[in-house]
Design a protein around this ligand. Structure first.
Ligand SMILES: C[S@@+](CC[C@H](N)C(=O)[O-])C[C@H]1O[C@@H](n2cnc3c(N)ncnc32)[C@H](O)[C@@H]1O
Length: 737
């Protein structure tokens, strides 16, 4: 099985294994109660491997002799350190489950609880096979484990690991060796706490931003007093901090059932509804609340925010300048005490804006591609089709702890994929309400309709489905396009955009990211009934081989013009193209790019190369992207020898041929045209090209500019000031504004 990320394809085994391990041990902190940990462990039953195995013989030693002084307690274990000669005495406190290892919870006599992973205990086989059931090292079994290692699995998660089954000894109950050992959980009198004790304890955790532990305490209190509105309200706030909006909403509903006038519950319900994207209900709830609490500034603020979300959601109108500012602000990084880069704002550039879906598109079946987005009527160019907030996104520096500018190495790509798998599975664990949103995505598994219905009905964790859905639908974050002053990258899942199908060229839909918001617009007029297509891998950036290996992994046999052409080109043509490009890079370019003058023979050679390359694709002149760079160099060669007019005509020709593809090179070409025109003092012409450039930069973000209105240029320049400030300098030089 392969897991596909933005950058490349990586082997999924490690990704999946680490993700599951993290799911089972993540946030495994001493602050969670023993009961909570046992509860969480029970949930693994849903995802564990139920197959039967040949299990290693259980090692019982009645006459065990050990020096009790060499016993080590869990709290004395050191990460990455095998305590030689020492042994761990522990008691099993949960059922074992089989994942990549056999996992259970154990406690030591001091009452410390940790997760134990036993490796190499199982083999697949034919005879003597057993399932890992209640009887396997059952609860209460005393174990002595030698040669253990205490490990950080990934991202600071600890686990006790034993690799050799012979190191694990089951202590026979007749054995007197440990009779003197006192087990603190046996000794401890059950401390009776009341709901208020739990509330106070929860509040302490909340104050130290440990929301998971706070929820644990509040939940214990709620078990004792299910109608305790304060506890419900406190837990709702802790859920809000963890973005568990559905859980928060449920608590506020219960709180309001018992106390309909409770203001805190109403306030938090409003916030939860915003998070659940029920913008209208959120606005109504908060407007009602404000009526009762006129003058309360924090209610007013959140009410205004909900009104803004409702407006964005209803009209698809966004204040892009403000969103870009918010994005810059939220991507700020500072150094922590260890010198690592960390977010100043804890949540990274996740932006609080509404989703939007244009009424004129719908999901329908498309021949040979499954489902896809279809236009219900004619749609003009640069129409906003959708704004989608990430279902889950992981940013590069959340994964690595430090800021890295790209994730192009295997470790980077797999770490992001692993983190995303873990985060999404955890989200579904915590709020199964979201399962259908993920399970309905394309997953490449050939499940029958009934199987699908059954899985969605159960709303339980289906790890294979999650992994496959992610494999086919993950999207790499990229802000390069707009010069957004950030080196952050990442990986995420956006559910509605996952229904767009792909073409390497001629896509009619264009997307860009601001923070975790994905904006999707048409890039040309669309006719009724036409499929809306996005580009997963651009033919102007990725070679055919690169595209093919990626597309194969996600079951796409691309039938776009470019793939068809490249598939049909003979080996001979491909070889000739490679030779010509090699000649350009190794021989012509170094000569022509020298600072001084260019010899006419070099220009001739370059012209010959371009003509040859074009002739190889003469049936498809507009697909000859590989000549763009060469033509640009040729134009500069002419500039150097003083033939400005020739240079201009070459650049304009390139622009005309490739303008529909809006490749980044086209922007450079236009910039050159502007510069040459101003050099030639053709200011009107320079201004005309400046406007073309301005539109290319601004319209994909803001939508169609109303260029019949006098203010359009100023409006556009307000945006470029933030994303391409050099455009504003050019505007000043040309005296445009
Ligand atoms: C992100 S999903 C797109 C939505 C998907 N068609 C569905 O039914 O949910 C990606 C999957 O759609 C299919 N797909 C996308 N583009 C395609 C294309 N050009 N040709 C054939 N299948 C395509 C492939 O199965 C791919 O793995």
């Amino acid at each position: 099985m392969k897991y596909t990320t933005v950058i490349r394809t990586i082997d999924s085994f490690e990704v999946v294994q680490n993700a599951i391990l993290r799911l089972t041990v993540d946030n495994f902190s001493q602050v969670k109660s023993r009961e909570q940990l046992i509860d969480e462990h029970k949930r693994l039953d849903n995802i564990c491997d139920k197959k039967k195995y040949v299990v290693h013989n259980i090692n019982k030693q009645e006459n065990l002799t050990l020096n009790i002084q060499l016993r080590i307690s869990i709290s004395n274990l050191k990460v990455n350190n095998v305590p030689t000669g020492r042994f761990l005495l522990c008691r099993v406190i949960s059922k074992f489950v089989k994942l990549f290892a056999l996992l259970a919870l154990v406690e030591d006599p001091e009452g410390n609880v940790e997760r134990l992973a036993l490796y190499n205990w199982t083999k697949e086989g034919q005879s003597n096979i057993k399932s890992i059931d209640q009887l396997f090292l059952s609860i209460g079994t005393l174990l002595v484990i030698k040669n253990i290692s205490y490990e950080v699995a990934t991202s600071n998660i600890t686990i006790i690991r034993s690799n050799n089954p012979d190191d694990v000894i089951v202590v026979d109950h007749n054995n007197k060796l440990f009779d003197d050992v006192k087990w603190s959980t046996n000794e401890k009198k059950v401390e009776i706490k009341n709901a208020d004790d739990f509330r106070r304890c929860g509040n302490d955790y909340f104050a130290s931003s440990n929301y998971i532990a706070a929820i644990d305490k509040y939940s214990n209190g709620i078990k004792l007093e299910p109608q305790n509105v304060t506890l419900l309200n406190n837990r709702a706030e802790a859920y809000l901090r963890l973005y568990q909006f559905h859980n928060a909403f449920k608590d506020t509903e219960i709180a309001l059932m018992y106390d309909p006038n409770n203001l805190k519950a109403a306030y938090r319900k409003g916030k939860a509804l915003c998070g659940l994207k029920h913008y209208k209900d959120a606005t109504n709830t908060l407007q009602n609340l404000y009526q009762r609490m006129k003058g309360n500034t924090s209610i007013k603020q959140i009410m205004k925010h909900a009104e803004m979300l409702s407006y964005e959601n209803k009209n698809g109108k966004y204040d892009y300048l403000r969103i870009i500012d918010e994005f810059h602000e939220r991507s700020k990084i500072k150094k922590d005490s260890k010198g690592n880069d960390v977010w100043i704002y804890e949540t990274g550039p996740r932006l609080d804006h509404a989703e939007f879906l244009n009424d004129n598109i719908q999901i329908d079946l498309v021949e040979g591609k499954g489902r896809g987005w279809i236009a219900k009527c004619d749609i003009p160019e640069y129409t906003l089709l959708m704004v989608s907030k990430a279902f889950k996104v992981v940013f590069s520096n959340e994964v690595f702890g430090t800021m890295i500018s790209n994730t192009s190495n295997d470790k980077g790509a797999s770490s992001c994929a692993e983190e995303l798998t873990t985060c999404i599975t955890r989200k579904l664990f915590e709020e199964p309400y979201y399962c259908p949103e993920v399970y309905q995505l394309y997953n490449g598994l050939n499940l029958s309709r009934n199987e699908k219905i059954e899985i969605i009905r159960k709303n339980s964790i289906h790890i294979e489905l999650i992994i496959q859905a992610l494999m086919h639908n993950n999207i790499g974050l990229n802000y390069d396009e707009f010069n957004l002053k950030t080196e952050i990258t990442g990986l995420g899942l956006w559910t509605l955009p996952s229904f767009f199908n792909h073409a390497c060229i001629d896509e009619n839909v264009y997307n860009f990211f601001l923070g975790d918001l994905l904006f999707i617009r048409t890039n040309r007029p669309i006719s009724k009934g036409e499929e809306l297509i996005i580009n997963y891998r651009n033919a102007t950036t990725f070679s055919y081989e690169e595209r093919l290996s990626y597309l194969k992994c996600i079951n796409i046999d691309c039938q776009c013009r470019m793939c068809k052409l490249e598939r049909s080109e003979s080996q001979e043509i491909k070889l000739r193209m490679a030779q010509l490009l090699k000649a350009y890079h190794e021989s012509i370019y170094p000569k022509v790019s020298k600072p001084h003058s260019v010899e006419p023979s070099h220009i001739k050679e370059l012209e010959y190369l371009i003509a040859e390359l074009r002739s190889l694709r003469k049936e498809h002149p507009d697909l000859g992207f590989n000549t763009i760079e060469l033509s640009n160099t040729l134009a500069f060669a002419y500039l150097k020898i003083g033939n400005n007019k020739k240079a201009l005509s070459i650049l304009k020709e390139v622009y005309d041929l490739y303008k529909t593809f809006r490749v980044s090179e086209i922007r450079i070409i236009i910039l050159d045209i502007i510069i040459i025109n101003s050099k030639l003092k053709l200011f009107e012409e320079a201004k005309k090209w400046f406007d073309i450039m301005l539109k290319i930069l601004v319209e994909p973000i803001m939508g169609k500019l109303e260029d019949d209105k006098p203010e359009w240029r100023k409006e556009a320049l307000r945006l470029t000031e933030k994303i391409h400030p050099q455009m504003n300098s050019i505007a000043e030089t040309l005296n445009i504004v």
